[in-house]
Design a protein around this ligand. Sequence first.
Ligand SMILES: NC(=O)c1ccc[n+]([C@@H]2O[C@H](COP(=O)([O-])OP(=O)(O)OC[C@H]3O[C@@H](n4cnc5c(N)ncnc54)[C@H](OP(=O)(O)O)[C@@H]3O)[C@@H](O)[C@H]2O)c1
Length: 376
Amino acid sequence: MPYPYVLLSAAVSLDGYLDDTGPERLLLSSPADFDRVDEVRASVDAILIGAGTIRADNPRLLVNSPERRAARAQAGKPEYPLKVTVSGSGDLDPDANFWHTGGEKLVCTTDKGAERAGTLGLAADIVPLGPDLDWRRLLEHLHDVRGVRRLMVEGGGTIHTQLLQQGLADELQLVLAPLFVGDPDAPRLFGPGAYQGGRLRLTETRRIEDVVLMRYEPTAPGTGPLPSAADHHWLALACDLADRCPPSRTAFSVGAVIVAADGTELARGHSREGGDPVVHAEEAALAKLAPTDPRLATATVYSSLEPCAHRASRPKPCARLILDAGVRRVVTAWREPDTFVAGADGSGLLAAQGVEVVVLEEYAERAKAPNDHLAG
Ligand SMILES: NC(=O)c1ccc[n+]([C@@H]2O[C@H](COP(=O)([O-])OP(=O)(O)OC[C@H]3O[C@@H](n4cnc5c(N)ncnc54)[C@H](OP(=O)(O)O)[C@@H]3O)[C@@H](O)[C@H]2O)c1
C-alpha cells in the first residue's frame, strides 16, 4: 500500500530539547525560519501533531501567508492543509485553537479513544484505527481515504520517535537553535528505543538567521515484507540508474543497488555497464563485492526489474547470483513481462528459496520508462 511522503519537522536547542518546562511555548526558530515552516506547510496536503502538543502549545497550525493560501486555492487545493491529531485517550480539549482555525480536521485514535472523543463535540472527523494505534494503518487511511500525498509532522517527540523508529519517515527537517534548555524534565526530540543502525544521509544544510536547518533522509532498508521509507529512496535510485543504460533492442534497461542493513550503499550497477554488452544490473553490482562479504547476508538488493530467472547470455541468471551471494531480501518495482522470456518468474524463484521479495508497484512506471522502446 502506498503511504504519503512523511516529512518530520522540528526545532531543537543545542542540548537537544524541544521545549522547556515553563507554561509558555519556547520559541526556538528565528522569524525567517517560521516563514520557511509556513512555506513547507503550504506545500503539503496535511499536517499532523500529537495530542501532547495540542495540550502543551495550543497551536493553530495555519498557513499564515495570504499569498500562499491564494496559490493553494489557485492550484485547486483547499486553502489550508488538513489538520490531523493523534490521540490514544481521545481526551482532547474542545476549546483548543486546533479545532477552531484553518480547514478540515481529523482525529486518528483507538477504538476506545473514539468513544471518548465522540462525546466532546469536536469539530473534526474521528477515525478509530483499532484497539491500538497502528501507524501504517493511519498512513494508509490518510493516503487512500483522504488523498494525502505529502504529510508534514510537527511533533512532538513521542510522534517523531515512533515514525523514525518504525522506518516510516521519509525526511527529517531539523532546525538547531543557538540556546540551551538544560532541564532534564524538558521534552526531547527523540526518546530511547531502536533506531536504524547506521548513518542517515545529510541532504542539505542552510543557515537561516541564527538557526541552522539540516535535512536528513533515513537510509536503512526495511526488514521482512514491510517496506521502510528508505526502501522507497533506494528503489527510486535503482530506477534512476536504469536511465543510464546504453539502449538495446534485445535486453531490458535495469538499475540495481545493494544496501547493507545499516543503510550503507555497498554497490550499484546497471545493464550493459562498462561496455559489457550482456551484463545485467544485479550482476554488475554483485561483481563489485567480494563473494565472502559478511554484509551480504543482511543486505537488500534493489532492482528496478525483478531479477531474471532464465538467461541465454551467461550461465547463471541474476536470481541465482543473488541466492549464491546469500542475500535474503530483494525489493523491486516491476515483474518481468514476456518480452524476451515467457513465464519468467525471478521473484518466485527467490521466494521459493526463502528470500523476501517486496514489490513496490508504485515505481513500476519509472522502471518501465527506459524500456518504452521495447513495448509490444
Ligand atoms: N520544538 C518543536 O519543533 C516542537 C514541535 C512540536 C512539539 N514540541 C513540544 O513537544 C512537547 C509535546 O511532545 P510530547 O511527546 O509530549 O507529545 P506529542 O508527541 O505531541 O503527543 C503525544 C500524544 O500523542 C498520542 N499518541 C502518540 N503516539 C500514540 C500511539 N502510538 N497510540 C496512541 N496515541 C498516541 C498520545 O495522546 P493521548 O495522551 O491523548 O493518548 C500521546 O500522549 C511539547 O512540550 C511541545 O512544546 C516542540
